[in-house]
Ligand binder design. Sequence first.
Ligand code: ADQ
Length: 452
Amino acid sequence: MSRLVVFSNRLPVGDNPAGGLVIALRDTMDTMGGLWIGTAGDPNTAFDSRLVNHPGANFERLAMRLSGTEHQNYYLGYANSVLWPICHGRPDLLDIRPEYFESYLAVNSRLAELSVEHLEDDDVIWIHDYHLIPLASELRKRGIKNKIGYFHHIPFPSAQNIRALSHYKELVGWFAEYDLVGLQTQRDVASCLEVFRSIMSTEILLNGKIKYGDNIAQVKSFPISIDVSTFAKIAANSLSGKERILPKNQRLIIGVDRLDYSKGLPQRLRGFQQFLKDRKSGEQNVSLLQIAPPTRGSLAAYSNIRNELEALSGEVNGEFATIGYTPVQYIHKPIERNLLAGYYRRASVGLVTPLADGMNLVAKEYLAAQDPTNPGVLVLSQFAGAYEQLQKTAVGVNPYDATSIAKAIEKAISMGLAERQDRHSEAMVQMQAQDIHWWTKSFLNSLARTSV
Ligand code: ADQ
């Protein structure tokens, strides 16, 4: 069997903050073994021109150190101030600078240069996410002929928005260097094909294949998931029955997100505030536990959202708190996974309201963690990738509209047991059929079937 070689910006080493990609891929690599190459380390440490081995996992880990300037220009700059906002429909937040683009290319080129000596002829190469889009092209330039797949964890930009990047044709060309481009949803596949279609020199072939220059790439959706059975077990064993995280007769709504403008957090708090306003007095026994660890805090768009959220939760608490009742509990640090699973299970409602999201694993974790005999209800934004799979079983919501959120919370919190059980069991059938193991297998099988 061929060895699997995975590339992603972030490697699971040290105390990396939580992120959906690493959590999903770690399960895969623990099961399959192989080699995982990425970047790691404190950006303030000395620049190192070799890949550094990190032993101690079921798979091999090699990390490329980034210099402080690279961290600034490639990671915070091009990846997170250009590609992230454009993929999440926020061209207004673009910060375009030539040094960002140059650094992005230079980092991808150096990673390719350092990696080629570690690659073998029959390795299957799987590159992940927007930090590394040009990597296949860089590897090809260095004579790598292996099958190379790419998975894009975030939304694919619209044909309209992508034009805000002056070099968008180059970007599109990098995608075409892959044998297989995996996207989260059918909606993303449609956007991707539309982007290619709108460029004159692309031919759209049958079955989601595109021909751009001499390259043929297949574009297909593979909705990512979690290890559903394992997470359900962790949740069931997490908090013993007697441990309470709330006073008796109070109900919990939970939100868990990286602190990011794409997650719709201020809108969510406004929606919760509206829900409290709409409730009859004396019924204020529902509180929101919002867990939102900060990420990319040195970027203005991220520190702004933190300030906004702190002010908003203060406002809601000021308006509705009474002795023994705090409407919003806001925690901005990572929570240990077992504990998180237990919190999900204790919550009557999972509130997942991103404005744009590739998939959203929190939605799936919340459902997997429920007690099937007395499950809670997922309230899910129509803009989360997960909505394509879960729209029948979740309560759908428009995350921009506080009234829509308030109504959805009310519907979820007052739903009867039989309906909750029906919705939950139907969601679990769907999630068990397409869990993280299914995701890995179907991507790699599709990659194996592409012709070189
Ligand atoms: P993210 O944007 O990071 O992932 P998401 O899919 O929700 O979003 O994953 C977040 C993960 O981090 C979850 O597993 C969650 O449990 C964990 N997490 C968040 N806050 C935490 C906390 N305080 N403590 C502990 N764990 C926490 C990106 C894309 C998504 C896509 C994933 C995977 O933006 O759309 O679903 O990659 O492809």
